[in-house]
Design a protein around this ligand. Sequence first.
Ligand code: ATP
Ligand code: MG
Length: 319
Amino acid sequence: MAELELWVEKYRPRRLDEVCGHKEVIAALKGFVSRGTIPHLLFAGPPGTGKTTVALCLANELFGEEHAAENYLELNASDERGIDTIRTRVKSFARTASVSGASFKIIHLDESDNLTADAQQALRRMMELYSSTCRFILACNYLSKIIPPIQSRCAIFRFSRLSLEDIIGRLAYISKQEGFDVGRDVLEEVARISEGDLRRAINLLQALLSTTAAPSIEDVHHLAGYVSPAKVKEVIDLIFKEKDLKKGIEAIEYLLYEVGLSSTDLLKQMYREIVASPAIPPEKKLKIIETIADVDFRISEGASDDIQLAYLVSSLCSM
Ligand SMILES: Nc1ncnc2c1ncn2[C@@H]1O[C@H](COP(=O)(O)OP(=O)(O)OP(=O)(O)O)[C@@H](O)[C@H]1O
Ligand SMILES: [Mg+2]
């Protein structure tokens, strides 16, 4: 059996020019490349938007693809179990001179917002100690979790969610390369569901095309565990019209247990439908959104889905 090749890896850009979106970030980084050096960098932004990829592209461009691997160390702050392991690995990597004539090596510390404040203090000292031989590229999802002294040592670049058009363009390119002819409406739906995360979009596309060569929008919804907006709207209308707690809970249970929607996805979709509905007056929308936000928060903190959703239905019935 042929080994399954993941498209996210196969189509990971190797040069800065191949990266989708992030025009200003890429232009600034190309400026560093043309001068042959970089400062410490901090990339902040949501998952699947290209932070690790851009760090690898920088290594390729600064060291040449054949030497990039020797001069580039990637550590993950979440798996490396504490700053001591990181310190040991950084120390032994920083000790040897860089290959290919570059004057420094790159240490990419992924998910650095998972380091504790103490670990970040230790990292701050390492950044100083090794700055003559190494440049750090830190990546994080939340900039606010990085202590100010580290922020001030780095040039900060923000990675935003990728636009719908950027994602559609990349998906169209990949499906064409793989020999598929996929409709724009299907690619658009994959892109929309992925919410700016290109990794998620590519994975969804690959899963979709491995089951059928001519997918429909329904196939996308089915695979992503996404229910058509019309169905969610039907349930909301039913709750408002009938104001019957039992029927409302049954309708929600149907979406959760028969259709397979997760409670957080259900809340997100209800939120979207309610915001978009012209039939609900603005002051009522505010109250509903407040209730959805409370329920969402409590579920994320570990409260029971069933009870929270029943509470939501009962609040909607009484409005
Ligand atoms: N801007 C982009 N241009 C082209 N491909 C991208 C881009 N962003 C993500 N990808 C695709 O998604 C995959 C994952 O991207 P990457 O590992 O760079 O995400 P990340 O921002 O580091 O995410 P995380 O925060 O989860 O570490 C890449 O291998 C590539 O296929
Ligand atoms: Mg990453």
